[in-house]
Every structure is written in structure tokens, then in C-alpha cells.
Design a protein around this ligand. Sequence first.
Ligand SMILES: C[S@@+](CC[C@H](N)C(=O)[O-])C[C@H]1O[C@@H](n2cnc3c(N)ncnc32)[C@H](O)[C@@H]1O
Length: 280
Amino acid sequence: MEPRLETNRDNWNNRVKVHVESRFYDVEGWLRDTPGPPPREMEALGNLEGKSLVHLQCHFGMDTLRWAQEGAIVTGLDFSPAAIDEATSLAQRAGLSERASFVCANVYDAPQVLSGSRFDIVYVSLGSLCWLPDVASWGAVVADLLAPGGRLYLHDVHPFTSCFDDAGERVIYGYFEEPNSPFIFDSTSTYTDGEELSATRTYEWNHSIGEIICALIKHGLVLDSLSEHDWTLFQQFPWLVENASGQLVVPEGRPRIPLSFTLLLHLPSKGDEQLDFCQV
Ligand SMILES: C[S@@+](CC[C@H](N)C(=O)[O-])C[C@H]1O[C@@H](n2cnc3c(N)ncnc32)[C@H](O)[C@@H]1O
């Protein structure tokens, strides 16, 4: 694995224990109440009973296991051994081990590591694409993992917000992908409550909405929907306020900007009509 990703992996290994013990994730509450996936995701994906789902960059598996609770056969993949250990143990504690397995690998190696398996759903949740230097290669990975007729569900941080400084006041970073010019951060904090990190360095990349969509349709996926949301799920900027649904939103008086987005695409089955309308 390339050195910048190794550095990121050290940072993520360090975050796992902090996150598992945080109020933000509330693992004990989740085990007690076993809430399923968010209603908007259930509405988008429908009944996944018996369907196969691979969660790329699954962290310690909580978002993955929500789908196992709904009857899906889930595989979580993450490059952090600490995350995969916690995910495996969480699956056992939740009584979901029979429907859930977890694999430690770089996302770019997923098709090989998963031995060419094809899935009904490729699922990616908030805070994922910024860790990847090259979204075009990621698009090829997603296409390789989907069964014909399979769907990608991606909910992530809106790349427009990644252009701002920590205070969310000034645009200081570029919107478009620059594989050789990552954003370099040194921070002892993470997005949850909890103790300080010792592995502080991270390398992150922005990918524009256009780059993400074209990375996928270039490999034969068909775009079903793109939604840009005026809400997110973590305190990305100090001035975001929580609404009645627990989402973080822009307060009144500030310009409304997109904070996260959801993409849904599918890989056509043989014989499906396919429109070839994008060349990057
Ligand atoms: C913000 S977390 C995703 C969080 C998820 N939405 C959740 O709340 O559980 C990002 C994850 O990406 C993983 N990751 C980063 N780069 C990766 C790579 N190249 N291959 C595989 N996993 C990676 C990290 O280990 C981390 O678990």
C-alpha cells in the first residue's frame, strides 16, 4: 500500500477505540435498541432480505450490521485491522455473525480480496471518499463488485464543504481531485467525543460531484438519482445546529449550502437498454 494510505491507516487504527467508546456512536445503546438503517436508506433500497451487500470502508461495522438486521447477507471491508476486529466482535455481540463477515483490505484491492464475488448492493456511508486519492479507480472497483442489476448506494460529505477551513468561513482548498496534492492535516481530534489521538497525520482528497458520477458511469453504471442535502450527521463546522431529527443543518441567517449528498446508480443486466452519454 502506498505510504500516504499507510499513514491514514495508522490514524484510523488509533481512532477505532476512541469511536467505539464514544457517546457519538453509543455502541451499548445500539446493541440495546438495535435501530435499523435510517428510513431514507430503507426507502431508497427497499427490502434487502436475503440480498448480498458489501459495505466499503465499513469502519467498525455498525452501519453494516444495520442491514444484517434487515435480513441482508453483509460483508464489510476496511483497511484498519482494529476496525475489522471490533466489527467482528460487534457482529457476535449483536447475534448477527451468521449474516455478517468482515474483511481487512485496501478498498482498491476489494475485487481480488473478495475473490471476484458480485453483490446486489455496494453500500458506502458518510466520510468515505475523501480517503481515496483516485476516484476513477474506485469507480472500477464498484463496477467489479456489482452483480448485473446490482445497485450502488453512496451517502457522503459534499465535496463543496471540503473546500472550507475548519471554521467553515473561508474557501481555502480546491474542489477538484488532485491525486498528487492531498490536503495534509495534523490533528489530535476526530469527529466524535473522546480522548486525543496520537497518530495525528492524515492525507485527504476532494473529488467533485462530476468526477464521482463520471467515475461510475464510465464503467457502465447508470445514474438513478443524485440528491444534494442541506444536512449532515456530524459537527463539520462549529456553527452547524442540530434540528429536531438529529441532523446538523445551517442556521437561519446563513446561506444554505449542500452538506452531504446521496447517489444511487445501478449496473444494467444484459439486455437492459443502456445510454452511453458521458465521456470524461
Ligand atoms: C469515516 S469512516 C466511515 C464511517 C462510517 N460511515 C461509519 O460511521 O461507521 C472511514 C473509514 O474508511 C476507512 N478507510 C480509509 N481509507 C481506506 C482504504 N484505502 N481502504 C479501506 N478502508 C479505508 C477507515 O479505516 C475508516 O474506517
